[in-house]
Design a protein around this ligand. Sequence first.
Ligand code: PEP
Ligand code: MG
Length: 900
Amino acid sequence: QKFVYDFTEGNKDLKDLLGGKGANLAEMTNLGLPVPPGFTITTEACKVYLDSGSEPKQLRDEVSAHLEALEQKMDKKLGQADDPLLVSVRSGAKFSMPGMMDTVLNIGLSDVSVTGLAAQAGDDRFAWDSYRRLVQMFGKTVMGVDGDLFEEALEEAKRAKGADSDLGLGAEDLKQLVDDFKGIVLKETGREFPQEPREQMDLAVRAVFESWNTDRAKLYRRQERIPNDLGTAVNICSMVFGNLGPDSGTGVAFTRDPASGHQGVYGDYLQNAQGEDVVAGIRNTVPLADLEGIDKASYDQLLQIMETLETHYRDLCDIEFTIESGKLWMLQTRVGKRTAAAAFRIATQLVDQGLIDEAEALQRVNGAQLAQLMFPRFDDTALSGDARKAERIGWGIAASPGAAVGKAVFDSYTAVKWSRSGEKVILIRRETNPDDLNGMIAAEGILTSRGGKTSHAAVVARGMGKTCVCGAEELEVDTKRRRMTAKGPDGKGSIVIEEGDVVSIDGSSGKVYVGEVPVVPSPVVEYFEGRMHAGAEDADELVRAVHRIMAYADRVRRLRVRANADNAEDASRARRFGAQGIGLCRTEHMFLGERRELVEKLILADTEEERDDALSNLLPMQKRDFIELFEAMDGLPVTVRLLDPPLHEFLPDITELSVRVALAESRKDANENDLRLLQAVHKLHEQNPMLGLRGVRLGLVIPGLFTMQVRAIAEAAAQRKEAKGDPRAEIMIPLVGTVQELEIVRDDAEKVIADVQRETGVELKLALGTMIELPRAALTAGQIAEAAEFFSFGTNDLTQTVWGFSRDDVEASFFTAYLEKGIFGVSPFETIDRDGVGSLVRRAVEEGRATRPGLKLGVCGEHGGDPESVHFFHEVGLDYVSCSPFRIPVARLEAGRAAA
Ligand code: PEP
Ligand code: MG
């Protein structure tokens, strides 16, 4: 096994082994671009170190061989007294983890070689400055000294000299500072700063390995769902210096604008500086375009390299470069991060440039980005200029997208109270806990000053689709005094936000404003709604890009996409968004409002007569609902699910009713109906209603309920046919566990359908099928398929029953702990659990189709609109996914990506 690769030996596809930085340095080297020579120690070596606590045995020899080759190439030795070779030691994992891991520059400098460097460069100040940086960086990252101690010493030196930047310090000052720094190292660690160059290098490599497991790196990986066992590579690269004088400098560049996607010259340059100065923001950078005036030759060469890289990577690249005494060096490149809007624009631009084809364009965007583009957003124009309407006061973690405006409230009770009286509120807490749930539901958005992407606030808000910014640490939240303090404009003074003050939070960027930022609808939604046409003269460039990408996706996808909708309005919207039918109409949603009383009557019915009466009152209402629905979805399938939830959901709350009856009884005026109701509530009360009398069980024990619904569907379909419509109703039985249940309901339904055909003289083809949402149903799918013409996987209940998790409770109770402990990276109610729930689905698909080859298969749980889950459903061969109307574009896109 080989643990070290020269830059000339690797390539961009070896990211697993060489990390992102190492693989791309190798790629650039092989493209003939000016990369300072060097080599990469593999992630495998890191893994051995982390597993066993020591480097692999042969690593030392391999490094020696590569170092020797490097020294030969550079014609100087590491730390050589009269002309030292210096190297940087940089971390570089497979996935970029910005700022999470360690880097040490200027390795090879010592009390001896610093004078050699000074002589070579003809610049004492430069040499001592480089040495000062080495002791500081090495002391902090390798030897574990508190970095503030160095900063304080540096500040002190500047103060003594009356200098306002480090440029005001001369060679002698810096030499003194090196002494001070070495003193700090000795005092803090009991060890001398190592003078031996190879020892410096080996210790730095080890420190980089170890930085993989710092708390902040682990936390970052958990949040970004990066596996813990990848390890980091280490890049050892000969140093080039951007701080050698005015004809040196360092910068970053993008081959196109990462915000808009437009091609052009984007980036920043800092003259006479090293890379870390740019990151630290000590001095102001100039726009990259200014480099043309500073060093035209390097500028032209850089533009040429940028073009080479874009053509080669066929994507937006970001670049770090250094100019040393007029010579350009490439220090890093990678396919650059971009905004959601830029992702769509760039993908279509690259197709137009002939760099990628449509299938690849689909891989360059994803459903999460599309979902982001569908949220309403703040009107940027209101955020700048003199007339600006709001002031930014904080910048936290973008935990759940959207743009929310409301009055600040600092507790859930007030949130609920104010929102009941029609106020829009933003719930502000240091962090949230399950007691805040009601407040979170009532609020437009949630803001916390503590906690990351997996904090309670973030998890719950995402689950509710509510805008959330969390961990805005610069905000001081004081819930007792119902106020929050922020730094004033330009960091001066402070602003106090009291309860009732208007704040605006942007869950897509994490920014927090005091004042009301106007909200504009997403142009992408305007487009999907048909209010904006991609072909129109003034159509947004983004809309045009989305239109094209959606067209590619629709062309290649195999999965059809249906909507979960139970009224004509949602159905019509879903159809505009591209739905190819309704995969789930939850009929219980039709029994709310004033109809609840009729259901109550049905439940209370003592005699057959009373029951028939209640049912015949419900029938025409149901029928009307279905007619509207079939009309909105004319020509497309509509799956109507018979009543599913436990009946107590239609009755008053047991405690409330008990109190009411008790009070009435004490006044001796209890009414007959309330008493009967209470009796019924008691009778129907269950400890575990989700496992109780619901779904097909209702149909089996309440005579006439399901047949009434089937009749309503059949009569509605007949009426639509008579009106020359094309109704395609499918009748779905919920919560089936065994084929016997289904057979009974099915026989009854077929009789009713035959009756309606006879009565109306209209021929009806109504498919009858079932949901697969219990483990037993999945396990006996072969048998169930004998009685079902279609299956629709109810992955909400299936997840609930497979895991034994209550879908109504867990997200607010122990899931935060589970996510934090890394038991799962995402809630199984959000993304399908492939190994558990998924394997049952896979099995049911196979056995169902084995019994009935033409069996139609779909999914209507929430997972139907989740990007990752859509790929799974494509893989197992479902015919369609069904999701809420707003998720339909996302599902279409992901279905296309899965098939491309
Ligand atoms: C399901 O269980 O996945 C489902 C779609 O049904 P409901 O969410 O209505 O229980
Ligand atoms: Mg269900």
